[in-house]
Design a binder for this molecule. Sequence first.
Ligand code: TYM
Length: 338
Amino acid sequence: MTHTPLVLSGMQPTNTLHLGNYLGALKNWVRMQAEMPCLFCVVDMHAITAEAGYGKPDELARATREVAAAYIAGGVDPERTPIFNQGQVPEHAELAWIFNCVARLGWLDRMTQFKEKSGKHKERASVGLYTYPVLMAADILVYKATHVPVGEDQKQHLELSRDIAQKFNNDFGVPDFFPLPEPVITGHATRVMSLRDGAKKMSKTDESDNSRINLTDDAEAIAGKIKRAKTDPLPLPSSKDELKGRPEAENLLSIYAALADQTLDATIAQFAGQQFSGFKTALSELTVAKLEPITTEMRRLLADPAEIDRILKSGAQKARAIAISVMDEVKKKVGFIT
Ligand code: TYM
């Protein structure tokens, strides 16, 4: 059986969104919106799995509205595509419980993101952080979504979602009940790296704000961060081969390519042999030109939080209608009397 194409993706409302979230995910969502029906969620239930979003209700609500505003300012049209926060659709948690019984401990033990996030003191991490990828599978499958546009760091979680879908289908004798969701990892910047260290991912939780460009940064902040970005002493390369062992150069060139909507090869050709200083000026100008309209629109939207709450509620109602009908089917398959 083929499933009706449906896109689902989400972002955590933890701190502010950055260029990696934009280039790795949001930019692709906007493109996909023209091709398939989509649902975009702000994953507030995921945000409380770790310290950054736990025990700070005002901050969580603020960040949730900010992420919703970024979706809209980045080009998601809430009239066409439901935008909602996970906490308003309880079926995510309901399906996650069932999936906790489908997923195996051994599968979760392999999740590299849990290992990174829990650090040396695994026993002090929340149980929610451990089962985080199970909730993510529920986010997707509670709508029977078929396509999931994400950055490269989410690939392993998507594989787990596929394993859960497959095991549910097998164990309950319902082949094809859940689709095996496809990761959509595209664009020239599927893994944007820190501006301070080309070996580390650009991240919301990096303690150095200079490591990332936030979607709320103004032109001056962006230019300052790019100016301070780590580089190497060589001039810019003239071929992809010459990028080997130069992660910072590769990262900055990839960011340029993604923002300019051109290939990495074309970008390398454009700056071949030049010094970083001139390239950094061009990169700052391009980044500001692309982000400023988004930042300005985010600010405008955030000035009216009640309107954002209305959009989230209306998106949640549309999403729930789908989730409730899938959960009705799931409960019957599992044997829950309804
Ligand atoms: P989150 O909130 O960490 O990131 C949101 C999206 O941004 C992408 N991303 C990046 N892409 C390129 N370079 C980077 N440095 C970078 N950092 C982040 C992420 O891959 C992601 O697509 N678990 C998810 C949220 C989630 C979800 C879902 C996603 C919950 N349920 C269901 C898809 C479907 C996360 O923490 O993303």
